[in-house]
Design a protein around this ligand. Structure first.
Ligand SMILES: C[S@@+](CC[C@H](N)C(=O)[O-])C[C@H]1O[C@@H](n2cnc3c(N)ncnc32)[C@H](O)[C@@H]1O
Length: 271
């Protein structure tokens, strides 16, 4: 493991204890929006195998297994995967979800074109230290005509992390290269994150043989409204529908903390 990976996995080992409770407390709407997006592109064949790369505690693997798919869940953090193992075993989904340590930048354990769909949700491409190599790997293992979905940090929104410090060098670096050290309470968890622009993300997918089917912002509007924290189900439903209506509108991308891209692997010549 290189230094970046060591820091990322140590951070997620530590976070694994509270990841699910933090997630469902602060990201319930985000979860619904992501699920809506994934559902649009699911394979028709329920026997299909899906790779949940950088899948952490298995939030998406479990959703997919409950729908009937078989899933391979990978991550570099043992802590995150241990949480996933506990949940998978409690839910008796062991037959459908295989769990293994693996780095998205190098997956020699998987053959070419092995998966009908590949998910890379919740920023592994931003954290992995080499997103160009990682996307090549994700594309290699997906079948022609199969889908790759990835969500990443959004460069416009990442500026917020730096706004209080007024550190001109860090701001320049983020704007020019997309690289920024995300502030964390513990120094040992501070690592470089790559925050993408929508055009850069599109180019990354297209130059690796994927046709881009959709880019959405997560979340584009709801987090800016005071009622975002309301527990009223009618308000939450209204926010959900606002997001669905505007989240693929490029005018609203800059407001989103994350960008999610969907690409379909091009069919090779003669297929
Ligand atoms: C914010 S969590 C998201 C987990 C899960 N995908 C989700 O949406 O809930 C980011 C995950 O990416 C994993 N990760 C970061 N770099 C990785 C790499 N190079 N290979 C595999 N997983 C990685 C982390 O360990 C962590 O579990």
């Amino acid at each position: 493991m290189n230094e970046q990976m060591k820091k990322v996995s140590a951070h997620h080992d530590w976070w694994s204890e509270t990841y699910d409770s933090d997630y469902f407390e602060h990201f319930a709407l985000y979860h619904r929006i992501t699920l809506d997006n994934i559902r649009r592109f699911l394979p028709n064949d329920k026997g299909a195998i899906i790779l949940d790369a950088g899948g952490g505690t298995g939030i998406w693997s479990i959703e997919l297994a409950r729908m009937g798919y078989r899933v391979v869940l990978t991550d570099i953090s043992e802590g995150m995967l241990n949480k996933a193992r506990e949940k998978v075993s409690e839910l008796k989904l062991d037959n459908q979800i295989e769990i293994r340590i693996s780095d998205i930048c190098s997956m020699p354990e998987f053959g070419d074109e092995q998966f009908a769909m590949v998910l890379c949700e919740g920023d592994p491409l931003s954290y992995c230290g080499n997103h160009r190599v990682a996307v090549k790997e994700l594309v290699r293992v997906v079948q022609p005509g199969g889908i790759v979905i990835a969500s990443v940090d959004n460069r416009a929104a990442a500026l917020n992390w730096l706004r209080k410090k007024d550190d001109h060098n860090a701001i320049q670096q983020l704007l020019q290269t997309g690289e920024v050290v995300m502030p964390q309470e513990r120094e040992e968890f501070c690592y470089v994150i790559h925050a993408f622009t929508p055009d850069e993300l599109r180019e990354l997918f297209e130059s690796n043989g994927l046709s881009v089917e959709r880019i959405i912002g997560k979340l584009v509007i709801a987090r800016r409204l005071a009622c975002f924290k309301s527990k009223d189900p009618i308000i939450q439903e209204w926010l959900y529908h606002l997001e669905l209506k505007y989240n693929d509108n490029p005018a609203f991308y800059p407001w989103a903390g994350h960008l999610e891209i969907v690409g379909r692997k091009n069919l090779g010549p003669g297929t």
